[in-house]
Design a protein around this ligand. Sequence first.
Ligand code: NAD
Length: 522
Amino acid sequence: MSAVISFPKKADEIISYNPATGAEVGRVENTSAEDVENAVEQARAVFQMWRTTSFATRRKFVMKAREIILAEMDDIALLISNESGKPIAEAFSMEIAPVLDLMQYFARRAEKLLKPRKINIGLYGLLGRTSKIVYQPLGVVAIIPAWNYPFSIPLGEAVMSLMAGNTVVLKPSELTPFIGLKIGEIFEKAGLPENVVQIVNGAGATGAALVEAAPDKIMFTGSVATGKRIAEAAAKNLTSVVLELGGKDAMIVFADANLELAADGAVWGAFCNSGQSCSSVERLYVEESAAAELTRKIVEKTKKLKQGAGDSVTTDIGAMSSERQLKIVADHVASFEKEGAKILTGGKSKDLFYEPTVISGANNSMRAMQEETFGPTLPIATFKIEAEAVKLANDSEFGLTASVWTRDLKKGRRVAEQIEAGTVCVNEVLYTHGIGQTPWGGFKNSGNGRTHGIEGLMELVQPQHIHVNKLAILPNAWWMPYGANAIETFKGFAKYFASGSLFQTAKLTPKLLKRIIELRKK
Ligand code: NAD
């Protein structure tokens, strides 16, 4: 994998384009493999200092970075929109606002969430032993994100890493390098000590160099194929990896749902960020009796969406981020048509703008109902009974998120728990990545590990067990020398002590006393 990638001798550059206009946003130098390695080394050197900073100090830097974002919010939103093509509205609602919330949450709560924890060790406690868990930082966290939420995903992961006491090397997607540089600039302005957060730039080869440089953790967001490559390369150094990968998220709508709301939810869930969300609704299953009404509402609402350049305040749907992505969407729409589904609205593109597209008559045997589209398509299929809906939703290699829509919350929860996905919402869709307090991650091929929430914070620390013998006066009964009496005592351990019962363990007392005398005599 990374071994076969050859690095350019001379530093070359990445050109970043505005997908809506094709205009150049700017050029950045590719970081050479050697400089990536240096960055990891520098991050490791400064880790020794950063790990000993107090939570209060870390909090101060993160809250300062937050203030800077608030002060520069309009410019940051414009940059996000210009580099990714997304509507400026979504730069605020889906990137800036959620990450500011995550920042204040982990800045204020990380200390409590990572507080050392006592362990109840049962009968060993009676022997004067205590155990506690201390959460130690890992070292250098490498963050390798995708381009679709280029601000909130890497920044959120960087903040969590820092609060846990780690240093960070971040390689933004090659499609959004300036947003990555902006993240670095924000921390610099916040006065963060040098090298605690570093940005390296480039495409896959730079990412591979970062993996190769043996960081202590890799937080990866991207495709299944790249995720597998990274996991394979990381295994060489036994680097643990969190993989946030693709999705083919199902939305199940029962006939008793609020269909107006479900239609609004489907339109937003499928088309926000031009469908380029890992948790986009990519398959809608509606109960047969409600299919006509729900489909009519969805089509009506879709036709009203305004598509245009992201920097216009009235734009609902922006441009796709890349031609490669647009081609996948066009291919999937064509394959839906070829396999007998019907395009109800959309299906056309101009430059990098792909129209929001609603498709009826879809079913799971169609190729585009199985592969991730990552674009503004909403294929609709039907089901007759609850069990069928669950089966259809689970018939996928992916399992990132899903949603269930019904007025019967008991049924909603029941169905939710049967769906193989990392997050399942009832009467809600897509947005929980924005709730930093909740874990995010997928089942099946959607990934490994978690980001966000206490589970995500735990990915960024290593639990250390501190065990203390407060009565360190006698040798342990299980120490050497062994002999017949020792064996009898150990049998007693198996029979009585290992029962966990104090009453049973009391039966061991005579044997234990004999054994202690024996040990003292040796
Ligand atoms: P990608 O896999 O092409 O690239 C992701 C990142 O990996 C980029 O920064 C890229 O430069 C880097 N990279 C590529 N090859 C590499 C290698 N060999 N070693 C190290 N790094 C390498 O993905 P993409 O097209 O940028 O993103 C789209 C995918 O991301 C979709 O599948 C989407 O579902 C997924 N995604 C998942 C989540 C989630 O939370 N699960 C969130 C956002 C996006």
